[in-house]
Design a protein around this ligand. Sequence first.
Ligand code: GLA
Length: 405
Amino acid sequence: MYIRKLIYAAAAALLITPAFAQEAPRLGATPQMGWNSWNKFGMNINEDLIKATADKMVELGLVDAGYIYLNLDDGWHGERDEQGFIHEDPQKFPSGIKALADYVHSKGMKLGIYSDAGWKTCGGCAGSFGHEFQDAYTYAQWGIDYLKYDWCYTENINPKGAYKLMSEALKATGREIWFSMCEWGTAKPWEWAADIAQSWRTTGDIWPYFDTIPSEFDGQWHGDPVMKLVDLNEPLRVYAGPGHWNDPDMLEVGNGSLTLAENRSHFTLWCMMAAPLLMGNDLTTMPAEVLQILINKDVIAIDQDPLGIQGLRLRTDGRIEYWFKPLEGGDWAFCLFNRGAEDTVVNVDWASLRFTDELSGLTFDPAGCKARNLWDAKAKARKTKGVQKVTVPTHDVVLYRISAK
Ligand code: GLA
């Protein structure tokens, strides 16, 4: 009798265990953090740039803050040899990728590389089609720790098959390699890739404008503004979790025409969405105020929270958005985001914000809690009671960590 009860209890526990409470995966327990060459440098990359970036990541404390992946994007490639093995561009990487990996590893970081499931990469270099196992083997030999796998030149190729093939090729190397799918969300990878990759792009490319791209720009499509990617990625929260993350593309913090407030909002919303934090700016010339955004450990902790629950936009009042993210230990992140063009005073009626998140089953109940403003280190934590007037400047955020302690 007792044994039967025990079995029922165990079965019930298994059935009701929510996805976020399952055992943490070895790779991808939290979203990836690092730097990628594409947003700032495009195809113009070389070993001096990558080594200088590695040095800066250590010197500026970015590695200590968690940014451990240093990822080459498109443009590192040379030719395939007669046996079909890929080589690096000998002009751009004269010491070879293996030597670069050794250098990056000696700094306590990991090296990422880029390829494409089709005939060619988006920038016209050799793709991996027909060479999947051979390329995975080469990357492992070089000491690569991360592969971003793109989707250009893939006419008539089945996405599930193509990504599963490379996933298996990477696993067959025996090396732990993060698999970052870059299929832009076209075939809804969130519905089928949780066992294939650690992350999948949910959107097309990012372009460093906030809400709209000005009409006087060159007229060609380069990518979408930050807010469009937020709108595409936010509804997909049910699919994200430890080991398999939604990726609304890399950060443009510090790039293009984004203001400081916009940089802060972009970074904060990526953290609220448990998105990959892959910097894409020139670290060697980065202004101090941009570094202060990228290195805010309290905000990074929201992104990297061990529960791994993607946050939600619960409500929108005019141009003010209310974002929430459940965190470990009963804490919550609460973010007010002003998408509009006017600075706005928000009356935060704390008690009225109580709600239960359907996905996690967790309840946000601010009664008796404290709110710590994560972008204002000097502000004292305040009690979450009554009605509080909070000014949210245009395109800016106010971000709190709410806790009972
Ligand atoms: C695609 C990807 C980008 C970048 C470029 C490289 O557009 O989505 O992130 O990797 O290719 O050519």
